[in-house]
Design a protein. Structure first.
Length: 292
C-alpha cells in the first residue's frame, strides 16, 4: 500500500495521518522541524494535533506555550495545534510504568487522531518506551540529522578506509522494529524521510561523502532523503516567541522579512513538497478535477 493510499484509508476510518519526528541524537533540529511542520499544516487549513513525548525537556510544549503567551500578549489570533504532553511514568516497576505510558499514549493519540487531519509527534532524543510507541504509529517518519558523520553514526556504520556501509546502526534498527510492529498492527507502512539539516553551501569532501553513504544506506534499508534547514539563526531566535517563519505574514505579526527569512521559508515549504503528504496530494487532485 502506498503512503497516499494508506493516508486515504486512514481518513475513511476517521484517523489522522501521523507525522513523527524521531532521532536519538540531540541537537538535530527535531523540535524546530516539528513546530514548523505544525505551523505549515495549520496555515494550509489542516486540523493539527501535536504530542510531546519528552516530558522532561518539553521543548515542543514550551514552544507551543510560548506561542500562546505571545499571541495573548500581542492580541493576535495565531493558529494553534491541539497539544498534549506525556510525561514518563514514575511507577516503580518497568512493567507498571510501561503499562501506564501505553494507556496514556493510546488515550491521547486516539483523541487527537479522531479530531484532526494530522497528528505531529515529537519524540525524545533517547531510546525510550514512549518514543517506540510514537514510532510505531507513524505514517510519515522524519529524522532530522546534522550533515556530519557523528549524526550519521546512529543510522549506519561505515568503513573509514573505503566509506562503504558496514551495516545499519542502533536507530535504524529501532525504526526497522517499529515498521514491523506497524505492519502487524494494521498493515500500515511507514514512509521514512531522513532530512539533512545545516547543509553547507560549499561542495566539501565531507558533504559529498555523507551524501554518498546516505544514498547507499537508503537503498539498503528503505528511506528517502530530503534537504532540510540551513544554519540560520532565525530558526533559533523564534523559540521564545513561539513564532515560526510561516507566521511572519499573519495579520498582527509585525516583521520585516529579510532575504534570509525568505530563503528559510522556502526551505520549510520545500520540506512539505518532499513529504508528499496524501492530504495535499488528494486536495490537488480534487482541484484539478474541479477545473476540468
Amino acid at each position: 500500500m502506498t503512503n497516499s493510499a494508506h493516508g486515504a484509508a486512514a481518513r475513511r476510518r476517521g484517523v489522522a495521518h501521523a507525522i513523527v519526528l524521531g532521532n536519538e541524537k540531540g541537537g538535530s533540529g527535531k523540535t524546530t522541524t516539528a513546530m514548523h511542520v505544525i505551523a505549515l499544516l495549520l496555515h494550509e487549513g489542516a486540523k493539527v494535533g501535536s504530542m510531546d513525548l519528552d516530558g522532561r525537556q518539553r521543548s515542543l510544549t514550551r514552544y507551543v506555550e510560548n506561542r500562546k503567551a505571545w499571541a495573548e500578549g500581542a492580541k493576535v489570533n495565531l493558529v494553534m495545534p491541539d497539544h498534549v504532553v506525556l510525561p514518563k511514568s514514575e511507577l516503580g516497576s518497568v512493567a507498571e510504568a510501561q503499562a501506564a505510558e501505553r494507556a496514556a499514549f493510546e488515550e491521547a493519540f486516539t483523541r487527537l487522531a479522531v479530531g484532526n487531519d494530522f497528528v505531529v509527534i515529537d519524540c525524545p532524543g533517547t531510546d525510550s518506551f514512549l518514543s517506540r510507541l510514537g514510532h510505531a504509529v507513524a505514517d510519515t517518519l522524519i529524522t532530522p540529522m546534522n550533515d556530519s558523520f557523528v549524526d550519521f553514526d546512529l543510522l549506519g556504520r561505515v568503513d573509514p578506509q573505503n566509506w562503504k556501509i558496514k551495516g545499519p546502526s542502533v536507530y535504524a534498527e529501532m525504526v526497522w522494529e517499529s515498521r514491523k510492529r506497524r505492519l502487524m498492527a494494521d498493515g500500515g507502512e511507514i514512509d521514512w524521510i531522513v532530512m539533512r539539516n545545516r547543509l553547507s553551501t560549499l561542495a566539501a569532501k565531507n558533504k559529498r561523502r555523507i551524501e554518498g553513504v546516505l544514498d547507499d544506506l537508503a537503498a539498503r534499508i528503505g528511506f528517502r532523503t530530503a534537504p532540510g534547514f540551513g544554519e540560520r539563526v532565525i530558526f533559533r531566535e523564534m523559540f521564545p516567541s513561539g513564532l515560526t517563519l510561516l507566521d511572519l505574514r499573519s495579520e498582527g505579526v509585525d516583521a520585516q522579512l529579510s532575504m534570509s527569512h525568505v530563503a528559510a521559508r522556502a526551505e520549510v515549504r520545500g520540506l512539505l513538497d518532499a513529504l508528499k503528504l496524501p492530504f495535499f496530494e488528494e486536495r490537488a487532485e480534487r482541484q484539478i478535477a474541479g477545473a476540468a
